[in-house]
Design a protein around this ligand. Sequence first.
Ligand SMILES: [Zn+2]
Length: 523
Amino acid sequence: MFDIIIRGGTIIDGSGKPMFKSDIGIKDDEISKMEDLSNEQAEYEIDAQGKYVTPGFIDTNNHSDTKWRIFSDPNLKSLVYQGITTIIGGNCGSSLAPLDNSEMIKSIRKWLDITKININWVSIKDFLEEVKKVNLPVNFGTLIGHSTVRRGIVGDSLKDLEDIELEEMKKIIAKAFKEGAVGLSTGLVYSHAKLASQRELQELAKLVSRKKRIFTAHIRDESSNILESIDEVIKIAQKTGARLQISHLKIMGEKNWSFMDDVLNKIENAKEKGVDIGFDVYPYTATGSVLYTFLPDWVSRGGRKLMIGRLKDSRIRKKIIKEMKKDNIDYGNIIVSVYSFDNTVIRRTIKDVAKSQEKGIEDAVIDLLIASNGQITTITKVLSEENLNKVIKHPLSIISSNGAGYGISHKSSGDLVHPRDFGSFPKVLYDFVKRKNLLEWEDAINKMTGKPAKRFNIKKRGIIQKGYFADVVVIDPETIKDNATIDKPYQYSTGIDYVIVNGKIVVENGEYTETRNGEIISN
Ligand SMILES: [Zn+2]
């Protein structure tokens, strides 16, 4: 007797191998049989004739933690309706633990007003216990954020680490690994981490390598200096043997788009030379970025306080504006998405804001940054469709959202969320598999399941296989579709008929059951 039998479906098992027909029997939290089960019975039966049965999707670049969503609305419906069953947080250099001192949480201020949150943990261990208590509908694991730890050590001071501080940092990270963190993330584009030296990063990557974790990198520059930025992280991996994952690979700014072939060549060459390298990608040509990261690199060096000081200094301001004008960034078309200081600015382009305030585009950007103390997020169409196709197709890519989980009700907050929060995984299936024919179903599912599980060392998930956890999705290949757009992001994806997490039904006939059965993923 099984708890659940999924009958007559076509299995795409997540490994990349060709689809095949089989029944699946689930008992407790496990896939217990994969064969013809026509003579068997179960408490609950799913007719999957004409449907694809796949592992649950694994989103290794998720921000539901650092945007506080796992606590403010743990249903994470926009993720569940995409078929996501596992998320990894702590991305882009910032994690919610460890928090040994009050400085450390500040590294998420770029996304969140931290005066409104409540924290009752210090270590990774305590944090993961808290997450377990809130009962998420998806499995959750976390990286440890380099900026989070760095802030805890140096605070706001602008300096290279002393040996003793570097040792302290390594101690904190080693403890976090011991307590279950799946890797170390870096956000080298962000103001604080910009000061991190090669020596510091290599020392930490050595530790990552020794502890067999993954080193992820939101690289220093995703526009005109992307080649140097890619070289930097490859060098770290080469020198240390750390497994390297480049986060949300993309190139911003039309004049820089042509660098993509060189970027991919560099990655392929490194791979040939033995570097264990890969990257993730979200399937949109619009980024969802913190506004200040578009400014010339030096402006935000050393932290927010210094940045705001520079923006306010009339002489420096002139210099910044001059450089912005020469930049390849089309500041006018940046759309304001989150700006808690003035709701009327949200959904408008900078061009429009500048016009109504009767000032230049660069002045409008700078004044918004000053008024919000740097806390302003944007949605910007700065990526190339052609590059996106190349990156999604590339054998070393996996799919991620780089987003967070929301319910449709979040619309009333006034925030403009990015469509990736609601549609990333179905968009790949609808747009890149069905409509553009760029990927086979098996490859696309592999990039969402088996491959991310392998890269992040997530055990017994990501493949439909006997003895593996029963994280299973039943997809209707006719109706699968992302529905969220930039103008109307608050729309769930459709065509995900069933989602099963650790043997429990989380989506039934396309409806969320409110069963929250996620487990903690730790290494
Ligand atoms: Zn990032």
